[in-house]
Write a protein that binds this ligand. Sequence first.
Ligand code: ADP
Ligand code: MG
Ligand code: ZN
Length: 481
Amino acid sequence: MTYDPNYETVIGLEVHAQMLTRSKIFCGCPTTFGSEANGQICPVCAAFPGVLPVLNTELVRMAIKTGLAIRGTIRHHSEFARKNYFYPDLPAGYQISQFELPIIEGGELIIVAQDGVPKRIGMTRIHMEVDAGKSLHEGIQGASWVDLNRTGTPLLEIVSEPDLGTAQEAGDYLKKLRSILRYLQVCDGNMEEGSFRCDANVSVRKRGATRLGTRTELKNLNSIRNVMRAIEYEAERQIDALESGIPVVQETRLWDANQNVTRSMRGKEEAHDYRYFPEPDLPPLIISQQRIEAIREQLPELPDAKGQRFMSQLGLSEYDAGVLTASREMAMFFEETVRAGAQPKAAANWISVELLGRLNREGLDIEQSRVTPVHLGRLLVLIQNNEISGKMAKDVFDLMLASGTGPDQIVQERGLKQVSDSVAIGAIIDQVLAQNPQQVQQFRQGKTKVIGFLVGQVMKASQGQANPATVNALLQEKLSG
Ligand code: ADP
Ligand code: MG
Ligand code: ZN
């Protein structure tokens, strides 16, 4: 298969994000992951006859926060609807969702496109719905089991407009969305555990065409990398089909991560008729403007705003600002390092190059760093005050990372403090000059470059502890004297 520049790809994403409420959407059962099968269910989430749902207010608050963060419109009046289908992991025989009147409409998310220019991706809607249970097949002979612990877990379904043009943009969109949800602390964004799931809708069309092509919907995408690979494969598959005169059919396809292909799962003819109707057990959800404003006031600073502030107030480059706001934890680490006295640019450099480089090598996240922001801040203060050299600081940093010890203790224990005292350095210089009369003569005859050699000798004699700036100044003085 080849990439055909005459075509363009059109992508719209649907994300299901599990909300971090303490209890389920319509009952008081806990939502914790990984407990014993069917260990956290009650008559409500197991759908016994006659039970009634009560909406979790915490979820409504999280949905409003998310809506405000993407600059969507929060509906003052939204409604729940029943989506009917039969499946063993859905004991009620229907899912409570929102259909015609979702809690959030519209909105946008800004990504940085390949050319470095910001690109606006429109948001269609966000609605609340309930998750289903899980069927278990693996390792069970002659039967399937059902675990209803996940039944009743609150989800937000977040739907984008078909505004994404490449697999890369889709990946960037997902990273941005996940980062916003994590900043808001409404979703942990863990794709492997299924708390952040994505279906990708993909179509292709001749470049410049106004009408959208027929789309397929891709499922079974459990990492951002797989979303991107599946989109790339699917776009090429559709282009090849069209070029061979075969129309694309609207269908759901599953990504096979082992074979790197998508396979047809069900066509449009087999698509469900969900017979939606208004949920009779729940009243319409009424949200006052006052409630929305109260939540708006409590919104944390979000990645874009934080990045702008890092650039305008702290003088960071756009690139550094992007790296340091990619996650809430990263931004917190940076801000605490600066609060501990480090100059912002130095802190940005040390975090993005030295710290992240080493953490990546060990496969660790910034939350797992043994160097704390306070310790890093202190290390940078030692450099700023000329108490240790930049070169020594890297050795100290390695020791900090290995042991979790603070920089002062390491510098003291190893006797690494930089010497700026001109008397002590002057004595070393006199010794070096006496040992190298030839170079001294060369310098005095105008071959001033030889000073580099002499600086090196002094640094060596001081075991790297002399302050290079002091050495330079004193040498100049003595040689010209
Ligand atoms: P459905 O319930 O059929 O999945 P939704 O409205 O929930 O429909 O989601 C449709 C998704 O597909 C949206 O993200 C939308 O942007 C995207 N989409 C719609 N038409 C196309 C198309 N022709 N090509 C690519 N994506 C599309
Ligand atoms: Mg869909
Ligand atoms: Zn329950």
